[in-house]
Design a binder for this molecule. Structure first.
Ligand code: URA
Length: 433
């Protein structure tokens, strides 16, 4: 098999054979297929798509490209969740301790941010002392003893995805349905949990821009998970507006701590409680209503927040930083952004808001870039809000003053204005089981 022939075949819209797909993944993982050919292949897939059969083989080949975690000791109590990514998405920090406080076993591998904002690993690493890499046995022991552990996707777990996702990120090929399906599901299957809850984000700040595409992606991931014997749920959630008020790594840790104590913004609280309820329902076998009530109670009685502190401490992080936020990284430069006119905010291009936070230092423009853990944005107004000219729209946090002007310009470009309020948007579009 010559890689160039596979690229041409896919470029011309033909389906690849199982053998061809397995050889592409094996060759790329082994370093025999260079990045430039794989990038051309990813672009061909982006334009031509893949059949369900090709996607299933691609997922399987990527899952088998490295080690797989054995969570069989947790039986049907193991539960994982994955979000397809968005702006201000700190849901893992909130739902994982809720679910663990209710008896679920959350053994989660997570990624670094490759888009505009940091990933869960970057957020956790902004907590002083937090160890995002643990040896496998320590990781499993921690899940056994406290019900949760979250580590960076590391070592030899789906090395094919690690390489390919990083390549896609810098070659404009992230937003491809079969590539996203195979990327996410290969990791989820290799990470071993029996129950998997997917948070498929839809809107201007997500890979998936329309409800139709979101449904399609959710259905394709649910089908592949079921094919491999997992209990799958997908929740379709709104990412047309940033989730919560904060964007940026240590800022989102702080917001997660607030939300776990019942003080989060309503959108974040609603989405997290629904995701947590779906996870609890799957891994505890309770009804949806019982699960929702249990989730609410775990926040009210403090057990979810206690679990959060216990988890952070177990991985070497400073648990006091979850209450005394001055112990988290602090940005030396803080500036308010004021409304340029009066009216209603009728829309936010959430991807641009994410770009603005990246320009402040909260995300990576390139895969080698370092993240500024203290950088980011606090939104004082979101879509639907009425503001007066000169009112504070947002607060920017950064370490370098010269980053403020480009970030502000990107941020203001993201906003649409009108004289009447826009129609309210649902936070949760639906659930696929
Ligand atoms: N998240 C992933 O892990 N992979 C993708 O391709 C997109 C989002």
């Amino acid at each position: 098999m010559r890689m160039v022939d596979c690229i041409v075949k896919k470029r011309d819209g033909q389906a690849l054979s199982e053998e061809e797909i397995r050889q592409i993944i094996a060759g790329y993982t082994a370093g025999e297929i260079p990045d430039y050919q794989m990038a051309a292949f990813a672009m061909a897939v982006y334009f031509q798509g893949m059949t369900d059969g090709e996607t299933a083989v691609l997922t399987d080949a990527m899952m088998r490209s490295g080690d797989r975690l054995d969570l069989s000791r947790f039986g049907k109590e193991s539960v994982d969740k994955h979000s397809t990514g968005g702006v201000g998405d700190k849901t893992t920090l909130i739902v994982a301790p809720i679910v663990a406080s209710l008896g679920g076993k959350v053994a989660k591998m997570t990624g670094r941010g490759l888009g505009h904002t940091g990933g869960t690993a970057d957020k956790l690493e902004s907590i002083p002392g937090f160890r995002i890499s643990l040896p496998e046995e320590e990781f499993l022991r921690q899940v056994e003893s406290i019900g949760l552990a979250v580590i960076a996707q590391s070592g030899n777990l789906t090395p094919a995805d690690k390489k390919l996702y990083a390549l896609r990120d810098v070659t404009g090929t992230v937003e491809s349905m079969p590539l996203i399906t195979a990327s996410i599901m290969s990791k989820k299957l290799a990470a071993g949990s029996y129950n998997i809850v997917l948070d498929v984000k839809i809107g201007s700040g997500a890979f998936v821009k329309t409800l139709d595409q979101g449904r399609q992606l959710a259905q394709s991931m649910v089908a592949i998970g079921k094919h491999w014997g997992r209990n799958m749920t997908a929740v379709l959630t709104n990412m047309d507006i940033p989730l919560g008020a904060y964007i940026g790594n240590s800022l989102e840790v702080m917001e997660a701590a607030e939300t776990l104590q019942g003080r989060g913004s309503r959108d974040l609280q609603t989405v997290c409680q629904e995701l947590a309820a779906r996870m609890v329902m799957a891994c505890r076998g309770w009804s949806l209503e019982e699960s929702r009530q249990a989730v609410e109670k775990s926040i009210e009685d403090g057990s979810a927040f206690r679990k959060f502190r216990q988890w952070i401490a177990a991985q070497g992080g400073d648990p006091l930083a979850l209450e005394d936020y001055s112990r988290l990284p602090q940005a030396p430069v803080v500036q308010k952004v004021l409304a340029p006119c009066s009216g209603y905010l009728t829309g936010m291009d959430t991807e641009k808001i994410g770009q603005a936070s990246m320009l402040l230092g909260a995300g990576r423009a390139q895969k080698e870039d370092a993240i500024d853990p203290a950088a980011g944005i606090c939104l004082a107004a979101k879509t639907g809000g009425q503001v007066e000219k000169g009112q504070v729209l947002a607060t920017f946090y950064t370490s370098e003053e010269e980053k403020l002007i480009p970030a502000e310009s990107e941020f203001l470009k993201a906003l649409s204005w009108g004289q009447t309020p826009p129609p309210a948007q649902p936070l949760i579009y639906g659930v696929i089981e």
